[in-house]
Design a protein around this ligand. Structure first.
Ligand code: NAP
Length: 314
């Protein structure tokens, strides 16, 4: 938990926003560089690691590692070198001057550099019933909600890593899982595809989209449409898990940092944004691969770039 609340009189070398894998790696590298660093987190350490159960693609763990254990280890490691993790929700930022001002719900923080590692959140399908039934059969997190659907048929929407991996995971609880994808080829990694194809409880509906999520007190069916034939159908389900991508958490930046068309932060290879002393790391930044490996790489680079900037400019 928080070791010290920020004080308006304190001028940090580095303020990191977001305690996912990128923020924790940045915190480790900044703390090891002996920079006065605070890491601000609104919810809980780990970021999107909290949305998954098991990690098989992070090097160094021959048999894989639970996401919770990896999170705990990352935080403990950074704190061992003195990282200050403070719980506060960042509401607004002023990043254009040499001293950066971060306004949180609890306190105001002043820093010489800022590393934005705020990640993102699941994209919505934007179909009727999605908002209405959220928490009553519509979910964006298999680990969080899967167990509510013991022996019920479930649908998963999407064709990326999340949809295929979480669809496979949900068969622990569900009687069967139907993965509904708008095309006829998956974007997910081959190893995840192989696992899902081999799972007798997983089936696929190709070239199909969800037009409406229906139910009474909770979801009980989906209105579907084949995008090639136009044919409409219904699928009876106890719940639907939506994994159709990702939206970066950049709205709080108030337009000060340059974003791409999808609202990801644009950086160079050193994680520098358009603003001097402001860096970005992890899923919040425009990049080709969003993984734990790339998040920790970004975080490490951002911290060392902040250190270099401090040596040059302060
Ligand atoms: P993603 O890779 O962007 O895939 C989104 C999927 O949703 C795509 O198949 C896309 O279809 C579909 N889609 C998007 N909008 C849709 C809509 N309106 N209606 C229906 N389908 C729609 O997202 P993700 O799977 O959440 O993954 C996000 C990032 O995290 C990726 O970089 C991924 O590699 C990473 N990740 C990695 C792992 C892992 O390595 N184990 C696990 C989870 C996530 P199209 O294919 O037609 O575009």
């Amino acid at each position: 938990m928080s070791s010290s609340a920020g004080s308006p009189d304190e001028l940090y070398d580095v303020i990191i926003i977001g305690a996912g894998a990128a923020g924790l790696a940045a915190g480790l590298y900044a703390a090891r560089s002996r920079l006065r660093t605070v890491l601000l987190e609104r919810l809980g350490v780990g970021g999107q690691l909290g949305l998954t159960e098991w990690i098989d693609d992070y090097p160094g763990f021959a048999d894989g590692i639970s996401a919770a254990d990896l999170t705990i280890a990352m935080e403990k490691q950074a704190k061992r070198f003195g990282l200050d993790v403070t719980y506060d929700e960042v509401l607004s930022v002023d990043l254009t001057d040499k001293v950066k001002v971060i306004t949180g719900a609890e306190s105001v923080y002043r820093g010489k550099t800022v590393i934005i590692a705020t990640g993102g959140q699941p994209a919505r399908l934007n179909v009727p019933g999605e908002v209405e039934f959220q928490g009553r059969g519509v979910s964006y997190c298999a680990v969080c909600d899967g167990a509510f659907f013991q022996d019920q048929p479930l649908a998963v929407v999407g064709g990326g890593d999340s949809a295929v991996e979480e669809g496979d995971f949900l068969t622990r609880y569900a009687s069967k899982v139907t993965i509904i994808h708008r095309r006829d080829t998956l974007r997910a990694a081959k190893v995840l595809q192989e696992r899902a194809f081999a799972n007798p409880k997983v089936s696929f509906l190709w070239n199909t989209v969800v037009d409406k999520i229906e139910g009474d007190h909770a979801v009980n069916k989906l209105a579907l449409r084949n995008v090639q034939s136009g044919e409409q159908s219904e699928l009876e389900v106890g719940g639907v898990f939506i994994f159709v991508g990702y939206r970066p958490n950049t709205a709080f930046l108030g337009g000060q940092v340059a974003l791409d068309v999808n609202e990801y932060i644009v950086t160079d290879e050193a994680m520098r944004t358009n603003l001097a002393g402001v860096f970005a790391a992890g899923d919040v930044r425009q990049k080709v691969l969003r993984q734990i490996t790339t998040a920790v790489a970004d975080g490490s680079i951002a911290a060392l770039s902040a250190d270099a900037y401090l040596k040059e400019q302060w």
